[in-house]
Structures are given as structure tokens and as C-alpha cells.
Design a protein around this ligand. Sequence first.
Ligand code: ANZ
Ligand code: ZN
Length: 840
Amino acid sequence: MTEKYDFKAIEQKWRPYWEEIDLYKTGEDPDKPKYYILDYFPYPSGDGLSVGHCRNYVPTCVAARFKRMKGFNVLHPMGWDAFGLPAENYAIAHGIHPSITTARHNANYKRQMKLIECSYDWSREFSSTDADYYRWTQWFFLLLFKRGLAYQDKGSQWWCPTDKTILANEQVENGRCWRCGSLVTKKDLTQWYFKITDYADRLLYDLETVDWPEPIKLMQRNWIGRSEGAEVRFSVKTPTDSEPHVIPAFTTRLDTLFGVTFLVLAPEHPMVDILTAGSHRQEVGSYVEKAVRLSEIDRLAVDKEKSGVFTGAYAVHPITGADIPIWVADYVLMGYGSGAVMGVPGHDTRDFEFALKYDLSIVEVVSPDGLEHGFESCYTEKGVMINSGEYSGLSSAAGSKRIVEELANNKMAKEQITYRMRDWLISRQRYWGAPIPIVHCLDCGPVAIPEEDLPVLLPDIEDFEPTGDGRSPLARVEEWVRTTCPECGGPADRETDTMDGFACSSWYFLRFTSPHYQDGPFEPSEADYWMPVNTYVGGAEHAVMHLLYARFWTKVMHDAGMVPYQEPFSELRNQGVLHASDGLRMSKSKGNVVTPDEVAEEHGTDSLRAYILFIGPFEGDVIWDDTHIIGVDRFLERYWKLAVRDPVTAPADWRGDLPTGVGLSRGLDTVNVGSAVELEFRREMHKVIKRVTDDLERFKFNTAVAALMQYQNYLYDQREADIEPALWREALETITILLCPIAPFITEEIWQGVLGHEGISVHQSDWPEYDETLIAAEMMSIMIQINGKLRDKVSVPVGISNEELRKMVLARSNIQRYVTGKTVSRTIIVPNKLVNLVVK
Ligand code: ANZ
Ligand code: ZN
């Protein structure tokens, strides 16, 4: 026990001790409730952790500690999402094998997390690159394959020329690769997909059952993009051949069917080539070529001028039989609906602009009141149908319904639901991933590798750089590729694509429940006990990728009878971004990164943690400020002084003659209340317990720290007050316990070294309870005057005796200033209002 606060000595002392007593071990007391708190599966980058990352890991650590003390079995694990492009790119850039760089980076992350004393159960650590882990990632691939949810398809796909791989739709942002920012292009390749679209409705509706931030739910809803409407089939009047062709078009506005004056096909639509008349082929060809190179975002931009070409072909209106010209335009997307739109310029803005530009006719078929109004702009609302033959006069809703019923008879239309979401493109033409466990046999086609032959080990090769030919570097490893077909025994080739890294993170939360299990991806009873994750914490940027994929896999597992629940993460919390002091995102290239290493070195781990929590609301974006952490340093130093009985600052003799280890008393009933001063003192103590408890429960870490700071100031103010040593001790124990999840080192030192609980970690204490009735006890405010001048105010319990009130007033430091060295000749008390001291 040192007199001076020496955080380095304290840290050195307690780190090995906690390891020895295995403090962060996952709880396994059958009588306790469970609490599973999880961080997003991090990819350890070569740069290591910045203090920005700590905004994720410190709060979850505090919550885990809090719940342990509240009597929960806590599971708080950590591992590494180390497969994938960034890891491989790093390895290529540095000319080192990714197995070496990822191991190094994982270890560095772990070192830093230990530095900030994250309370992970490290015995559960794993990396997605461990064969023991990806064996089961491959097993899940086969589960999806066997359930008809993994399939191959050839198509035009986003291609990142820098990363030399295919990207999923959601990995292209504003026409750029989400990883490296390069402009993406398109490439025709055969790819593996997971049929996430089969789960679209469940992914949508089950959002109602989880406690997630509304913006994330909204992003998922929009991404899924469910739309109810109908498919109308237009038959083609074919000029070139005599085959009957039909073009289905998805519409949400069947009530506008009589207003169709043209059809528009997406440039990629297969019918474009078949329909285009000879004289139009050149113009159409060059338009299509240009259009397919634009990204979806560019094509959909509202301010983009509409463009298109006429194919020379016509379709037939399904009711009126009128000729309808067929156009090609890039505002129609191949990936949505059927890639064809019935053009209704009277009621759809895009069609309206298109018709104006190409001088196509515009017909008014819906109006607010059933009367014709003509066109200044188009009317996009629903209303009453007009100019629609026998349907005129019907409301939009009733008319749509009747049209679909009648057209359904000769199969010209049917009700349809369309989703914006596409299937998940899972294959990557890259080395650093879990190999897809499939072999291609000439006779049998794609065949699953038998489960007992998993894992398909990633071969250790020197030359793992992609060439950009659209094939994985694994395709060059002939002896690995050549194999035999598990079904017919004939010669076969291994699939050489690897899985998107998002496959690895789609089930890791289950592996943590039994990380060493060998007979399956997870031990069912362990998973049943711990899942779903109670609190899942990470940034908001994974709204439509990881968070959607993990939900999808969980539902597949549910359908396969593997898990009883439908959703993996009951509660989701997104921490805000921590910006550098220049207001920008911390990044190595900008040179503005603050590392936890340097801060812990200068201020200590406790200060770093407390500052990270105190800096602002958990969900808010905040700016790092080196000068503000000093305020937190001071708070901890003052706590130290208060507790170690500095002769100047500590209250006289607080330690009293009490035996050590009495623990906390619990409010009015357990302890003789004593004087009014003491009652008030106790009340403050219970108030701070309540505030910190409520705040930690609701992830309000900043106000929890603020409450402790205020309480500490209060205790300083009470040093002269007449308070029993036992009660002082209780107050010190209380602040120590409340502070310990936030500042684990200094509190342990005070607890064991000063408060006399040697051999019992403060972190194994029970979280204190508070007494609501005590907090709510009726209080009144009393003015304090010295010689008739207002000097102070005090809150006291109603019914306090005059004698107690006098004692209490005299004990206040504000009043002491006026009375020390003088005599109080008279005390005048106006009941329930005022105390006036006459001082000479
Ligand atoms: C005729 C019509 C008339 C339409 C009208 C709208 C208003 P949501 O609600 O987003 O699902 N559409 C269909 N397939 C398309 C594609 N591949 N690319 C671009 N647009 C497409 O939008 C459905 C509407 O978007 C459909 O209804 C169709 O235009 C258009 F007054 O059909 B509508
Ligand atoms: Zn075969």
C-alpha cells in the first residue's frame, strides 16, 4: 500500500492476480440467470487498436463486470474474424503469408485488449482461420447446400479491379468497392449464392421481435424492400420471327393499366436482343453497352436525365389490344421485378420524364375526383379510375383488385410480391478464405464433400496473389484441385473459390458457447443455455451485411432443428464514432490516431477507461480531447486521497475500530439510523447507488461517471460532518464498488489494501442494493443564516429535532467557515424554514 497514487505499480500488482483467480471465467452457477454480452467479431488490422475501438470494448467490459456483480452468469468472449480481403491484401502488400500476419495481428489486438483490461474469458478465444473453426463454417455451407439454399449461377457481377474479386450487391457503395473504394466494373462469372431471398419475409417481420435501434431496422426493411403488386404479361408483336413472346412486368399500380403507352426493358433484359428490329440494332447495341457499365446508384439518380432507345418492336395491351412500343432505358433495373416496366407517363414521374423527352403519348387514367384535369405534371397518388373502360369510376384499390382477378383468368396477370434484396453472393476468387467444400464431377455435377472429410484445408501456398483472370489463386494448385468424386469415385476438381468472410461471422456467436466442441459446430445444450445473445454491441455500419446474414443463418439453423429461437441477437446497441481531435475519423494515413497504449502509459488504464466512458453518451459521436482526460485523472487521484486517509483530506478516524470485511449495510432497517446528518448521508449514498445502477443498466456510462464524481464531491464536503466511522466506511465501500467496473485497478487496491478486504477481490463483491423508501423519504429545504444573512441551504428529513438540525447545520463546511474561532451565542429556529446563527 503506497501513500501516493502510482497507477503503474497498481496495474502490475493486480493483472497477474486476476489472472490467477480467473476472474473473467464464464459463469456456470446453475442457480444464476445468464447474460451473454458480445462485441462484433473484429478483424484485427495491422494498425492495432485505437482509442476509437475502445468505445466498443470498454463499455461492454463494464456491462459484463456489472452483470457479474449483479449475480448473472456472464459470457463475454472475444475472437478474431481473420479471413478475408483486408488480411490478404495486407499480406500481399507486405510480402508475408497471411497466416503469419493474421496471427501477429490477432496477438497484438489481444495484448491491447488485455492492456485495457477487457474482461473477456480468453479460454474461449478462436480465430475464424483456425481449421477447427472453418471446418464448421464449411459444414454450414453444406447445410445450406443440402437444404437447397446454396446454388451456382452465371451472371453479370460486380467486380473490383483492385481487389480482383467479385463483390456482393451490398458490398458496392455508390459504385465503389466498400473495402478499397475503387470504382467497380461488371464481369460474367459463375458464382455461388445463398438463397437469402427465401427468407425475405421472415427477415422482415421478425425485426418486430428484437430490441434494436430503429435506424438499423429501417435500413434492413429498406434493403429487403418488400413490395406488393402484380405481374402483368404483355405479349409481343414480333417483327423479326414468328415465335410467341411474352414480357412480364411488375407493377404496384395495376389501376393505371389503361394508361400504359409504352414498355421499357432494362438494358440487360434478354428480350432486348431477340426483339430489336434490324434497323435499330446498332443504336440499341451501343446504348446497351454504355448503360451496363453504369452503377445502379448512377442509374437510379433522380436528377439524371432519362435516356433510352426504341427497339422497333411492339407489345399488345392485354385489355385494349392497342400497340405499345417497346423501349430500352437504363432507369429500369434488371435485378428488380422482371426487369421490365409498363410505362405509365400520366402517373409515374420517371415514365413522365421519359415520355416528354421522346414524345410518347400520355393518358390520364387516375384522378383525385373522377374528373379529367389534364397534365401539368403527373399525378402519382391513388384516386378514382378514369378513361379505363368498364373500370372507370372505381377506386384505385377496387379497380386493381378487379383487373387482377379478371386478367388472371387467361393468365395475363397475377398478384406478386417483389423484394429488392438479392441472393447473397458468397464465392470469392481469393486465397484467404474457407474453401468451399464442393467438388465438381463431370458426371455428377457439384457434389458435397462428406462431412467426415471436413475440413477442406486451405493449402499452404507461396504464391497467393490473384492474377485478375477471375479465378482464385487456388486454381493454380493443381495437386490440390485434382481429386476424386465422393459419389462416383471418378476424377473431379475441387471448387477453387473461397467463401466471403461474412460467412465466418454468421455463426461465431454460437461457437463461443462451446469453442472446443468437436462433434458439431456447437454443443447444443451450451448453445441453448447461452443463446440468444442478450446484448450485441458494435458500430452502425454493418446494418445490411453481417447483421442480415447472421439473422439468415440463424433462421436456417432453426429450420434445421438446430436451435429453438429465430433471432440471434435480442438487443443491439451501436456505439458512436470517436473522432480525432481534428474532428476527423482516426486513421493511420491521416496521422491522427491515438492509441490506448500511449494513453495508458501516460494516464493509466483506469483513466483511459473512465475517460472513454465519460467522453459522451454511448451512442453519440464524440471528439477525443487530451486535455479533458486530465479531469478524469484528478477524479481518480482525489478518490485515492479520500480513501487512503491523507492526513489533510481524509475524514478523521473513518476507519474506527470496526473489524474489517463487514461489507455493506442495506439501508434504514439494518443500521441504527443515527442522527439526521447521518440519515441524510445515508440517503445520498443510496441515491448514488440507484443512479449508477440505472445508468449502467441502460448503457448511460457517461452519466454514471458523472454521478460518481458528484458523489465524491459530496463526500469531500462531508469530511467535517458528524458521521459515525462505520457509516463513513460504508460510503467509501460504496463508491469503491460502484466505481470498480469502470476503474478496476485503483478500486481493487483501495478495497484490498485500504478497506481491509485482503484476499477478496472487489470485483467479486455483490452489487449494492438501494433502498427506495430511504431515497423517497420526505425531505425539506432549510435556509441557513449567519447573523441574518443567507449563507447556505440544507435538505433535511421532515420531523427532524431542533437539536439534530443544529448539529447538522454546524457540521457543514460552508458554515464552519463562519463559526470556527467564534462563539455561537444563539440559535434561532423557524420550524420547517430557517436556522439563524448569531455568531460573535
Ligand atoms: C406502373 C406504374 C404506374 C408504376 C405508376 C408506378 C407508378 P416499388 O414500389 O419500389 O416496388 N418498376 C418495376 N420493375 C422495375 C425495375 N426493374 N426497374 C425500375 N422500376 C421498376 O416500385 C414498383 C414500381 O417500379 C412498379 O410499378 C414499376 O412502375 C416500377 F403510376 O408500374 B410501376
Ligand atoms: Zn461424380
